[in-house]
Design a protein around this ligand. Structure first.
Ligand code: AMP
Ligand code: ZN
Length: 502
């Protein structure tokens, strides 16, 4: 039974319009988001996309959905424009094992996601951990007649797919197959051994020097980049699932090819709703690792970049991202960051004033004032903003408007009796809910010892809970005994696990 009472509208790139969100199974959401290619440090543009989907994940859970959020790690198959695997190139340049490169940048990515206070996904599959699933998908595609082998590589037959599924290929990204064909002819794009320049590789035979290779029925080689997301979304969310997300730049060819592969292998449309986050710009141009127009998150935090006059804290940067809707482009400028810094500090300060306010119960006569009605309407508007395609900009602006009532109450411009006790309680609850649960902000001023210890304890207890779920009593006891040794007692009860410091 679903407990979700909100009607969510979301912009479905597949239809080019906003639609009411109807999950396949009431109360449950399956969401797949394309993760990073771990061959270099994650950049701020990536952070914006993952933060946007984190907020979507958090909001869906907040309103009562059980969400399975799958976000992959691309550690093979994503080629450079010159046709070299990005991971292998990273390894060759740094003289490391490809898996060392993947590990290094995966850890860095996780650290950054933690700094931005995003939640880990429910499942984070790696492409290299799913080679058999990808080989099986190539076989299925070939069996259904959409794949052909040439010299040990296998290609997806886009022309045939288009003839048998008219209007599908190109629909998501608004491309027309004939235009794509003309473009590739004009650009004299080498068709190589492919039957048609628009065909794409689903299995590639290794060339000499390729280091990330696997056995397959066709050759020793590696899967095409687009294949991993088709195979892993199917494995963990089913052949058809609710939401597929990623950055705008992935619409073509990545997502277009994903849809073709899923339909080509099983005749089923993968996701019902495709969500695309817009690009983060720097100086009006897309921020991108490949062309050097980038500022690293660390440079932004420390201020060591020609693009900024000073450093901005992670929560200020996150707040800056929240000030725009995820489907709008967002241009990083120093002035906008300064405004975000003010806005973030004001919101946190408002909340701390609000949380300390006492309700006026003594002389409350039970009536509802105009102020009460306005506050309740604004609360509804904040939710309506999020229900309308997760518009954080509207929700934030509405919280600011609500904040003005908090300040009026605090400096007695507004009499306390104007706000009913239960309305004040609701205001407190929703401020905390929006700031901490939905936006995933944290109070940096509060991030001293207590905050750190709480966070660490939560992490340790989560690891222990996971060990217990797997009946790994050794690890569970080791954690309990280790904590006891430093004076922390862990108590397991019906409501979960608590800890106290003796
Ligand atoms: P990559 O590691 O390049 O595969 O990208 C990981 C994710 O970040 C993908 O969803 C991309 O679409 C997204 N992304 C890449 N560049 C930007 C950018 N400048 N702004 C926002 N998202 C981006
Ligand atoms: Zn993907």
């Amino acid at each position: 039974m679903s407990t979700v009472e909100h009607t969510i509208k979301l912009y479905n790139s597949l239809k080019g319009q906003k639609e009411e969100f109807k999950p396949l199974h009431p109360g449950y959401v399956g969401m797949y988001v394309c993760g990073p290619t771990v061959y270099s440090d994650v950049h701020l543009g990536n952070c914006r996309t993952f933060t946007s989907f984190d907020i979507i994940y958090r909001y869906l859970m907040h309103i009562g959905y059980k969400v399975r959020y799958v976000r992959n790690i691309t550690d093979v198959g994503h080629l450079t424009d010159e046709g070299e695997d990005r991971m292998s190139k990273g390894a060759r340049v740094a003289q490391l094992e490809p898996m060392e490169v993947a590990q290094k940048y995966t850890v860095g990515f996780h650290d950054m996601m933690r700094i931005f206070n995003t939640l880990p996904p429910s499942i984070e599959p790696r492409a290299t951990g799913h080679i058999p699933e990808q080989i099986k998908m190539v076989q299925d595609i070939m069996e259904r007649g959409y794949g052909y082998e040439r010299n040990g590589s296998v290609y997806f037959n886009v022309r045939k797919f288009d003839q048998e599924n008219p209007g599908v290929y190109g629909n998501l990204s608004g491309r027309v197959l004939d235009d794509l064909l003309a473009e590739s002819r004009e650009g004299l794009k080498s068709q190589g051994e492919k039957d048609n320049p628009v065909d794409f590789a689903i299995w590639m035979k290794a060339r000499s020097g390729d280091i990330m290779v696997w056995e397959s029925p066709w050759s020793v080689g590696f899967p095409g980049w687009h294949l991993e997301c088709s195979a892993m979304s199917t494995k963990y969310l089913g052949q058809t699932f609710d939401i597929h997300g990623g950055g705008n730049d992935l619409k073509f060819p990545h997502h277009e090819n994903e849809i073709a592969q899923n339909l080509g292998s099983c005749g089923c449309t993968p996701a019902n709703y495709w969500l695309h986050a817009n690009m983060l710009l720097l100086n009006g141009k897309k921020m991108s690792k490949s062309d050097g127009n980038t500022i690293t998150p660390m440079e932004l935090f420390t201020g060591e970049s020609p693009f900024v006059t000073k450093g901005y804290s992670p929560m200020v940067v996150k707040f800056f991202m929240l000030m725009a809707h995820y489907r709008s482009t967002l241009d990083i400028t120093d002035e906008a960051l300064q405004a975000a810094e003010k806005g973030f500090r004001r919101l946190m300060e408002t909340n701390s004033i609000l949380q300390k306010m006492d309700p006026h119960t003594a002389d409350f006569d039970g009536s509802e004032s105009d102020t009460d009605r306005t506050i309740l309407r604004l609360i509804d508007e904040a939710y309506a903003g999020m229900d309308d395609d997760f518009n954080t900009a509207i929700a934030l602006a509405t919280l600011n408007e609500l904040g003005s009532y908090v300040h009026k109450l605090a400096n007695q411009q507004l009499d306390h009796t104007e706000v009913a006790p239960w309305v004040l309680e609701r205001l407190k609850t929703i401020f905390n809910a929006f700031i901490f649960d939905i936006f995933g902000l944290n109070d940096e001023a509060d991030g001293g010892d207590d905050g750190t210890v709480d966070g660490l304890m939560q992490l340790i207890l989560d690891i222990r809970a996971a060990a217990r779920a797997q009946k790994d009593w050794g690890t569970s006891d080791k954690i309990r005994d280790g904590l006891a040794a430093v004076g922390i007692a862990v108590k397991d009860g019906k409501e979960g696990t608590n800890w106290t410091k003796g």
